[in-house]
Design a protein around this ligand. Sequence first.
Ligand SMILES: NC(=O)c1ccc[n+]([C@@H]2O[C@H](COP(=O)([O-])OP(=O)(O)OC[C@H]3O[C@@H](n4cnc5c(N)ncnc54)[C@H](O)[C@@H]3O)[C@@H](O)[C@H]2O)c1
Length: 709
Amino acid sequence: MEIDYQIDQNIAIISWNMTTSAMNVINDTSLPEFGAALEKAFDDAAVKGIIVTSARPEFIAGADLKMILRNQDQAPKEMLEVSMGLNRLFRRMEINGKPIVAAINGTVLGGGYEVCLACHHRIALDNPKTKIGLPEVKLGLLPGGGGTQRLPRMIGIQAALPLMLEGRAVSPREALEIGMVDEIADSREEMIQAAKDWILANPAPLKPWDEASEKTGSIIAKDNYEVPGGGPQSNAGAQVVAASRAAVLAKTHGNYPAPLAILACVEEGLAVDMDQAIEIEADYFVQVARSKVAGNLIRTMFLGLNKANKGASRPPGIDKTEVKKLGILGAGLMGAGIAYVSALAGIEVVLKDVSPEAAEKGKVYSRKLLDKAISRGNMDEAKAAAILDFIQPTAENADLLGCDLIIEAVFENREVKAQVIGEAEPMLAANGVFGSNTSTLPITGLAALSKNPGNFVGIHFFSPVDKMQLVELIVGEKTSDYALAVAIDYVRKIRKTPIVVNDSRGFYTSRCFISYASEGMELLKDGVDPVLIEEAARQAGMPVGPLAVTDEVALDLVYKIASQSIADGASTESDTSYQVSKKFVELGRMGKKSRAGFYEYPENDTKYPWPGLADIFPLADAQPDIEEVKKRLLYRQALEALRCYEEGVIRTKLDADLGSILAWGFPAYTGGTLSFFDFVGTEEFVKECGRLAEAYGERFVAPASDMLQ
Ligand SMILES: NC(=O)c1ccc[n+]([C@@H]2O[C@H](COP(=O)([O-])OP(=O)(O)OC[C@H]3O[C@@H](n4cnc5c(N)ncnc54)[C@H](O)[C@@H]3O)[C@@H](O)[C@H]2O)c1
């Protein structure tokens, strides 16, 4: 049984208590049981009202996303019927005649909150950790259990739209302020008592959008319900919808169907009565639930992300390890960031730099981040002090004695790295692991400097470390499964997402990212207007255009990487990124840090394209269609990822997909670099690669791959 049923003083208490799933979720098992429990209460003449609650810590986490993914292949008619089944149940809750109260004991999201919306009254347990909301949009879906209809009818379009379009979840207190819940209670007992009191005081509740039929006395939908603040046909309502649509389009460029569908549900559904409205919503739900975008977001950004966070790439058969004492070499930008996230996770950190002052500076970085958290109300002084206490700044190697893991984040220079590896490695605890945060130096080469290359692994963080969720772990030729397991356990402990790749020039993420930057330069060389290049990138869903992002990374770094690549025989001087970066370094235009790159950066925080660009890259008379530019930028990255896969740099499709979205912002709606082929259609992809290769060069030739079958 997934749902408990109990009668208390003539009130039915229906508790979600799922045993077949890690959390209470709406699925093929729980929903029919919930429906049956409700019917039992409706049919029992002695039952005066119903309390819906949960016996687990959460109330209901939402719909079962695996089920939604499975149902993607259903015929639209079949899916519509399932969706209407849910909606008919929720509608029956509203009009059955008996009062139903949601006693929200913990987090309630998506379809779970739609259960609450179908109740007549909502009381939440006051717990700041509880989250209440409709986050469907984040997974390419819309609230398909009447949420797009009931929430705006309850709290107005202006308040409801941002919650549904951003998918933001709120605490019970905020929910009370907004009107998403009606009361909050301090304890479970108080909550249940308040629910009982409400039921007794409201024996025949009526939703404001319903009325008793004059003819039959039964409850029916009103056709003249006035939405608080004005419906979609009022001036105010129409304006809010139009402004929201403009904002959605500016942000998503139409790549995500769900927010537009939510707006359509509100606009069309709130203009008719509740019974017709839920049919409109169900139609839109089926459209978005069947979309490739929803499938991609659920697969990569929810199920895949959860899998990776649980350590899907961890080698089997190795006992769980724990880093209790961590050494960090180099207290610069990266070292200081790594110290902060590790201390936050309760790990004792020894932060070493060349002088006590330099090491202390690294610790001050954490102090500043903690102060910010305190000023935002997310941290208290005592906790901040305890976190800071975990960081011991030092200039002495001896303090590293007994570390389970040491991560070096010193200058990107092989000699400096060789020196610190030699000095620090002997301080490791027995079977301790050495990690390098290098961004460009091959791990196998660095491991050769170690006395124990089996325990040497690449641990590549991204900047800023406190904000970037991904960590790319690099397996060198000799890296043992044990060292990889230690690295994965550590990354999980600091609550980041690990992906695992094999050693290669630029590993996986830098290599694909460079292909993006490089295609921006190729486009410039072809005489494409830089404004068009950057706009095409944004419209394709990249967070920053290739020229602006290259300026941020710095052209001297691109030059250094391209030169090294030539020195190692991996590319030639004809390489465009080499030629362009060399030219810009000669001009002293290193990018944002020198306030001059592809853009000019005046004193304030603004930028504009450098007018001198046109002298170096004269504009072509005929500019390409923006779709062609978008295609070049996205295909180039996906092709590089595919080469990584075929060369064995990438071990799993999931790691490639997640890495691309989380490391450099490849658009999530595609599902990631290796899901991109399915998104476009493999046949179409191969055909287009052929055309692009003919038009622009062999970098667009697709490698033979089972991914393209
Ligand atoms: N900056 C990034 O975005 C980024 C991203 C990923 C990886 N990385 C890599 O991380 C490493 C560090 O980069 P960063 O940006 O933090 O550099 P940084 O210049 O900010 O910091 C390097 C620190 O190392 C210290 N150092 C130098 N020699 C040392 C020694 N012998 N012992 C102890 N400390 C020593 C320096 O004093 C300095 O504080 C590099 O390998 C870099 O490639 C950087």
